[in-house]
Each structure stands twice: as C-alpha cells, then as structure tokens.
Design a protein around this ligand. Structure first.
Ligand code: S3P
Length: 440
C-alpha cells in the first residue's frame, strides 16, 4: 500500500452529479454466495476495491471460477460447494470478507488457513469462532482468536444463537455455515443489523424466515437448502456516498447528487441523523433494484445543529460515525454519539482516532469508552481550523473523513496511508476533484 501522504485544501463549492461505488457488503456477499451456488452468477456494479478483490481471489482458492468481464461486471461459476484451498487465504484488510468466508467454508470437509494485513490480524475473530465452534468447526491458531487461524470444517450441527453484539458479520457467518449444517440454524439479534445476507440467500433460492419475537429479530434457515445461481445488480454504497454528501453539506454554496444509492432502512441511519441536524438532503428517483431500494441523494450546504444520536441507531450507521463526527464539527452545539463501542474494533479504533484527528484539527471532542461528543464550531466564533497531519492507522474511513473536513476548514489537512482508501472507495480522489475539491 502507498504510504505517502494526501492533502486536502479548503476551497470553493462542490457541485455536480456522481455515482457511488458499489456497496461493499453486497459485493462481498455476491461473490461468496455465487461461489457457494451451483451454476453461473452474473454480477454488475461490483465494488472493485481491494477488500472485495481479496474475496474474489479467495473464492477462486475455494474452487469457484471467478472472472472479470468488464468494469464492475463479473461472472462467478460455483460448484455447489467449496474445495480445500492450496494456499493460505489472505483477506487483506477485510473483516467482512474473512468472517463471512470462514462461515461459508465451515460447512465443508476441508482445512483452510486465513490471514490478513496488520489491521485485520489485530481484530477480534472470537465472535465468529464461538458460534462456528459450537456448530462443530475446529480452529487452530493464536491465543485470543486473532488471525492467522486454521479452520477445520465439516459435519456441522445446527445452532440457536443469540448474538452477543449487534454484528451483521457474525449473523452472516452463522447463516452461511447453516447452509451445510444438520438441523438448520436460528440467529437472534437483539438489535437489527443489515439484512443483505438474508435478502441475498432468498435471491439465490433459499427459504429464510424472519420473525419478531418480543422485540428480538429471529432469523431461521432450514437445513438441506442449496443455492441456485442468479443475477445481481449491486447498488451504490451509502457508506461511501456519505463522504461527498457531507462534503457538500459543510462547504458553502455546494450542491452534490449521488446517484443510485442503496436505501435499505438498515443502512440509512446517517441520512436520518443528518436530517435531524437540519441537513437539506433530498431523495429522488427512488426505485427497486434487485430487491433493494435505491435512489438519488442530493445534499445542499446547510446550517447544521448538534443532536443526540440514539444508541439503538448505531447498527444502521456504524461505519458512518467518523463522517458524522465531521459534519458535527461544523454544526452549532454538541453532537453526542452513544452506544458506539463497536467502532473501536473496526479497521482501527475509530472512536480514538476520530477524537485524536478532530482535536488535532482544533475541534472540541470528549471521548468515553462507548461514546463520542463533538463540540460544533458554528457560531462559537472559532471556525474549524484544520491544519494537521492526521494519523489514520491505515483506516480508509478515518482518512476520507479528515480530507472532507479540510474542504471547509481554514487550513489544509494531510492524511497518511492514503492508498488504503482504495479498500472501499477506489476513485475517491478523482470523484472529489471532479466535484471541485482541491485534493492531491
Ligand atoms: C458489515 C457489517 C458491519 C460493518 C462492515 C460491513 C457487513 O460490521 O461495519 O463494514 O457487510 O456485514 P459488523 O457486523 O462487525 O458490525
């Protein structure tokens, strides 16, 4: 990965229409489910970021044919099961990739060793090892459930599992393992998380029941189901669209439209929060694309005010708090984000890095174990200064958030390891420049 720095400078308005890159969650799943299915799955709009390309390589290693046909257009030919990979499976920076693939592979009689980059090797894997081990998978590796780890799969039993944390990755690992478990699986989620796996399992022909039992979302997948290849259109990623949209909200005279954004209600917590802050955010051309709702989102520069973000909203915007914290820096008053402990186990400790980065840029912050408060600058007579070199620990969202901050700050901001932005948003720099941002 490139280690040089990237700088964003304050400047004029951002204006224009762009398309967000493909949704990362749906991109990973389309390759994994396509590889598990029998037959040829065609995918359009796939995110060609490093994380997803690692998943494509992993699916080849497990025996699927995976071929790029053109920009975002891919073909996956699954054999109806996984075979043993000949080499270590390196998932790079991708927590979603490795956790979902471990689940998918656990049902087959094979051994596979997984690893990742320095960030992924620090992230907790115990959360997927626990339910998969209860189902009968075995794991060998470092103490504390960190990568590298070797999975010995096969002969799984069903499970009735209550998620100890709100995690779509853990839910998905259990469901994918359940495809090849005797007795089927039930997952109970105290707080609903993104439901792309459930929706896509259905699109591949599986029967998935979803119920509400006393406020707990219960997902059941019966045993003995096989997947049939299908066609998938990947919508634009709301987590990526967030960056140009917030840039427009905080930069005077701006108006930016991001087209074809996924509007799944379990992903739109940021848009809801920004509206509560007074953002002029409008949605047009709302339509259905392959079972998901998508639309064009327009953001115009707005006077924002601080809000309290309810903790139960966290799963629907867990990747968006860094950029929300930037919007909050330009708002009037305090924005309080609670119940965000899960942010500490992402590609970096995002609570700590946002607190450090914002305060280096002259923004008031208060950090608690599970909360972050940002003291907005509007009308406080001290505009957001910027003027810092921000340490990102290789975290793409920390980098993009601070670059957006610089566009409306008084002084330029520089981020280290900008090459990591390509894990989720290849083309970010060009897209932002096209809107008028001074980035380079
Ligand atoms: C994802 C789930 C979330 C999110 C990640 C993508 C997914 O992680 O942060 O970027 O695709 O299932 P958790 O499930 O760990 O919250």
């Amino acid at each position: 990965m490139a280690t040089e720095a990237l700088k964003a400078r304050p400047g004029g308005p951002l204006r224009g229409e762009v398309r967000a890159p493909g949704d990362k969650s749906i991109s990973h799943r389309s390759l994994i489910l396509g590889a598990l299915a029998r037959g040829e799955t065609r995918v359009s709009g796939l995110l060609e970021g490093d994380d997803v390309l690692r998943t494509a390589a992993a699916m080849r290693a497990f025996g699927a044919e995976v071929e790029r046909l053109g920009e975002g257009a891919w073909r996956v030919v699954g054999q109806g099961g996984f075979s043993e990979p000949a080499d270590v499976v390196d998932c790079g920076n991708a927590g979603t990739g490795v956790r979902l693939i471990m689940g998918a592979a656990a049902g087959f009689d094979l051994a596979a060793t997984f690893t990742g980059d320095g960030s992924l090797r620090k992230r907790p894997m115990g959360r997927v090892l626990e339910p998969l081990s209860q189902m009968g998978a075995r794991f060998l590796g470092r103490a504390g459930g960190r990568l590298p780890l070797t999975l010995k799969g096969g002969a799984l039993e069903g499970i009735d599992y209550r998620l100890p944390m709100a995690s779509a990755q853990v839910k998905s690992a259990v469901l994918l393992a359940g495809l090849n478990a005797k007795g089927g699986v039930t997952v109970r989620e105290p707080e609903p998380t993104r439901d792309h796996t459930e929706r896509m399992l259905r699109a591949f022909g599986a029967v998935v029941e979803v119920m509400d039992e006393d406020g707990v979302r219960v997902i059941r997948l019966a045993a003995g189901q096989s997947l049939m290849a299908t066609t998938i259109e990947v919508p634009g990623d709301p987590s990526s669209a967030a960056f140009p949209l917030v840039a427009a909200l905080v930069t005077p005279s701006s108006e930016v439209t991001v087209k074809g954004v996924l509007l799944n209600p379990l992903r739109t917590g940021l848009f809801e929060t920004l509206r509560e802050m007074g953002a002029d955010l409008t949605i047009s051309n709302e339509r259905d694309a392959g079972g998901e709702s998508v639309g064009d989102v327009t953001a115009r520069h707005s006077a924002l005010k601080g809000v309290e973000v309810p903790p139960e909203r966290a799963p629907s915007m867990i990747d968006e708090y860094p950029i929300l914290a930037v919007a909050a820096a330009f708002a009037e008053g305090r924005t309080v984000m609670r119940g965000i402990g899960e942010m500490r186990v992402k590609e970096s400790d995002r609570v700590a890095l946002m607190a450090a980065g914002l305060s280096a840029c002259g923004v008031g912050v208060e950090e608690e174990p599970e909360a972050l408060t940002v003291i907005g600058s509007a009308r406080a007579n001290h505009p957001v200064r910027g003027g810092a070199r921000v340490v990102t620990h290789g975290d793409h969202r920390i980098a993009m958030s601070h670059l957006v901050l610089a566009l409306a700050a008084q002084e330029a901001v520089e981020v280290d390891e900008p090459g990591m932005i390509a894990t989720s948003f290849p083309g970010f720099v060009e897209l932002m420049r096209g809107l008028g941002a001074d980035l380079g």
